[in-house]
Design a protein around this ligand. Structure first.
Ligand code: S3P
Length: 444
């Protein structure tokens, strides 16, 4: 894949038990939403715990280019001056969302709310990802798009004078699509609905409700409909972003694989629509303990402790995929070191992430001596029942989660594992290598 910045290889060497407390950065999904919804609200909001990773910084920069005042105080608190729904102004430059699919797709929903023209682009990875899933429903609401090849960035969009409310049945299980439609629905008259057959993460709905919007979810027969009332304003509130369970997944799996480990992570999201990996780890035999369960800015959080042990293979049903869609690469690493076969079903969506994650995972496992197969949309991993052979190189394809997954594998391998480029880790987990080292991981 074309890549412009310099590649930074990183090697993980076989390590012993990981022990200690890991400070996990803010949740990426929630950080994007905290900035975007605070920009749409009336009043000023302070945001604590915001993920200061590349992806989220791009969203902040894009909002600033649309006239939103956003400042970071020395204390680490971010201050956003809301402009109200429809209050963004036309940017004078192209908005470049870098590597971030969530940033650009949610932003499209927000930008639909006012009649302005916006040029959008991303890096080589983002510019290969499908955008029709968002432009299709937004076009039905009256937004005009000109996308490269009808489906990719770079592209141009223009919101209409008046949006139309729609009820949209999602063809893919995607919280990004759901969120884009709901955010645009804020500016449409009447109510806008999204029907999903598999429930996806509900951070947008929770935060919209937390800021005073009327948003309801109705469970039907095998599906649910989420509706938002349009032409309403949000009230800015101070927010605290929870720790990201998708980032916590890397030290968690490392601890689960290295006997004698005990790692604690505070304030991690326990949103049920994000916790699939932790259920899998428990089923595989890891010890996962939640304490101090509480609510924070409309989201459930807890302190999470995980202890190492011997894992065994499991079968993961397709309907668990939305609750752990970003965690399959690291689950595959856990499966590689477990005893017996693991089958992960229904992973078609992994092909359109920051990389084709299904292929990248299979290639990386194979390069490190693990027996793996892709069967349609299923991934089959034959576990080594202990340390994986390792000794190989994994190609990361500009994908932060592929990089972190194979570094974790190197810790639990017989020989070091090198990833060809660790630079994209900063999109979601700045300080990953340092944090893992403080727990006892050998990364160089
Ligand atoms: C996200 C939704 C998921 C996930 C992404 C974050 C979100 O994407 O992979 O990392 O914040 O809404 P899809 O909605 O496309 O599955």
């Amino acid at each position: 894949m074309a890549q412009t910045q310099e590649m930074k290889p990183l090697t993980a060497s076989p390590s012993e038990a990981l022990v200690g407390e890991a400070r996990i950065p803010g949740d990426k999904s929630m950080s994007h939403r905290a900035l975007l919804l605070s920009a749409l609200a009336i009043g000023e909001a302070g945001i604590d715990g915001l993920l200061e990773g590349e992806d989220v910084l791009r969203t902040a920069a894009a909002l600033r280019a649309c006239g939103v005042a956003i400042e970071r105080a020395d204390s680490g608190r971010w201050q956003v001056e809301g402009r109200g729904v429809g209050g963004l102004s036309e940017p004078e430059q192209v908005l470049d969302l870098g590597n971030s699919g969530t940033g650009v797709r949610l932003l499209m929903g927000v930008l639909a709310c006012q009649p302005i023209r916006i040029f959008l682009t991303g890096d080589a990875s983002l510019n290969r990802r499908p955008m029709r899933r968002v432009s299709d429903p937004l076009s039905r609401m009256g937004v005009t798009f000109a996308l490269r090849g009808e489906q990719f960035l770079p592209g141009l969009m223009e919101g209409p004078e008046r949006l139309l409310p729609i009820t949209y049945e999602m063809p893919v299980a995607s919280a990004q699509v759901k969120s884009a439609v709901l955010l645009a629905g804020l500016a449409a008259p009447g109510s806008t609905g999204v029907i999903e057959t598999q429930p996806t993460r509900d951070h947008s709905e929770r935060l919209l409700a937390h800021l005073g919007a009327k948003v309801v979810a109705d469970a039907g027969d095998g599906s649910q409909e989420v509706r938002i009332e349009g032409e309403q304003e949000l009230t800015a509130k101070d927010l605290t972003v929870m720790a990201d369970p998708s980032s916590a997944a890397f030290p968690a799996v490392a601890a689960a694989l290295l006997p004698g480990s005990a790692v604690t992570m505070k304030g991690v999201s326990t949103n049920p629509l994000r916790c699939g990996l932790y259920h899998c780890l428990e089923e595989m035999g890891a010890e996962v303990v939640l304490t101090n369960e509480r609510e924070q800015s409309g989201e459930p959080v807890a302190d999470l402790s995980i202890a190492g042990g011997r894992l065994h293979g499991i079968e993961v049903p397709a309907n668990r995929a939305p609750s752990m869609i970003d965690e399959y690469p690291i689950l595959a690493v856990a499966a590689a070191a477990a005893e017996g076969r693991s089958i992960m079903r229904g992973l078609g969506e992994l092909r359109v992430k920051e990389s084709d994650r299904l292929q990248a995972v299979a290639d990386g496992l194979e390069a490190n001596g693990v027996a793996v197969a892709i069967d349609g949309d299923d991934l089959i991993v034959d576990g080594c029942g202990g340390r994986v052979p390792g000794g190989g190189r994994a190609a990361t394809h500009m994908d932060h989660r592929i990089a972190m997954s194979f570094l974790v594998m190197g810790l639990a391998a017989e020989r070091p594992v090198t990833v060809d480029d660790a630079s994209f880790i900063d999109t979601s987990f700045p300080g990953f290598a340092e944090l893992m080292r403080t727990l006892g991981a050998k990364l160089s």
